[in-house]
Ligand binder design. Structure first.
Ligand SMILES: C[S@@+](CC[C@H](N)C(=O)[O-])C[C@H]1O[C@@H](n2cnc3c(N)ncnc32)[C@H](O)[C@@H]1O
Length: 277
């Protein structure tokens, strides 16, 4: 099986994100339509934050979700490996400043992550960043120590089945017995082989970033290897009216989920995976 880990590419990826951070921050501000309509509702359902819980936001970017977590009553530690993103995140944080601690930490560096404290977190979240991370194993390995036993780790990412490298979005029109039928689909030609490639998240960003594609089997294997089980999964789709001006916008693909949301739980490895009730 091909590897889905490319640790040697972390520093290059970090440079790309530092160059893109100010542009992304200005575009994202407190969240875009993906966040408001897909990411937040699903992530918040699966996280089910209780006031006072200590939550880690991994790859927080400009901290938009960290601030949301703080308004839900969480005590938040928010980390990102881009100094520029962390600076922007701090600038945007005023009301919730006493509930959020931002730190520059590389989520592919197990030692840095372990410094956050054993059994410190009730929950961990990582939004839209697995596909930006050169390796996932150090993160899962560290979480199996810094997350409380039974603690939940919720992640959202570009859906590996429908946003794999070379995916082509298509719109077709058919005259069906006098009725014009519009059909939207995604053509996938590569999926099972883990791949890294350059791409653009937001049109106009200073430099293309680097993405890391992993099929579901490898993605979830990283969870299982670290003693996590999956106990929640969502595939949210846009339910808004079709955007006629931007025919290929994801908002028009109501049958195809552009993101995948999963909740995993840290289990006691000594008890064995089948002991989970
Ligand atoms: C698409 S942005 C998502 C940001 C934020 N979570 C959100 O939803 O708005 C991806 C983020 O992952 C961060 N990132 C990528 N690899 C990382 C790593 N190894 N350690 C920490 N942050 C990382 C980038 O700096 C960037 O902020």
């Amino acid at each position: 099986m091909s590897t889905s880990e490319w640790p040697e590419l972390t520093s290059e990826t970090q440079e790309f994100w530092d160059q893109n951070a100010a542009f992304w921050d200005e575009y994202m501000r407190e969240g875009n339509h993906f966040h408001y309509q897909l990411i937040r509702p699903a992530a918040e359902r699966l996280l089910a934050i209780k006031p006072g819980e200590v939550v880690l936001d991994v790859a927080c970017g400009n901290g938009n979700f960290s601030r949301r977590l703080a308004t839900l009553g969480a005590e938040v530690v928010a980390i990102d490996f881009s100094k520029t993103f962390v600076t922007q995140a701090k600038k945007r944080t005023s009301d919730q400043a006493d509930r959020i601690t931002y730190r520059v930490i590389d989520a592919t560096d197990r030692t840095q992550l372990l410094g956050l404290g054993e059994g410190h977190f009730d929950a961990v979240v990582c939004n839209q960043a697995f596909m930006d991370m050169a390796t996932l194993q150090p993160l899962f390995a560290a979480l199996s120590s810094i997350l409380k036993l039974q603690g939940r780790f919720v992640f959202t990412l570009a859906h590996p089945c429908f946003q794999s490298p070379g995916a082509i979005k298509m719109v077709e029109e058919e005259d069906c017995d006098g009725e014009i039928v519009v059909r939207r689909s995604v053509k996938i030609s590569t999926y099972i082989t883990p791949t890294t490639y350059r791409g653009i998240g937001i049109k106009g960003q200073p430099v293309p970033t680097r993405y890391f594609h992993r099929p579901l089997s490898q993605l979830f294997q990283s969870c299982f290897d670290a003693g996590f089980v999956i106990d929640g999964i969502e595939e949210p789709v846009f339910e808004s009216k079709p955007n006629e001006k931007r025919s290929l916008s994801w908002t028009n693909f109501g049958e195809i989920p552009p993101i995948l949301v999963a909740r995993t739980r840290r289990m006691d490895k000594k008890r064995g995976r089948n002991d989970y009730r």
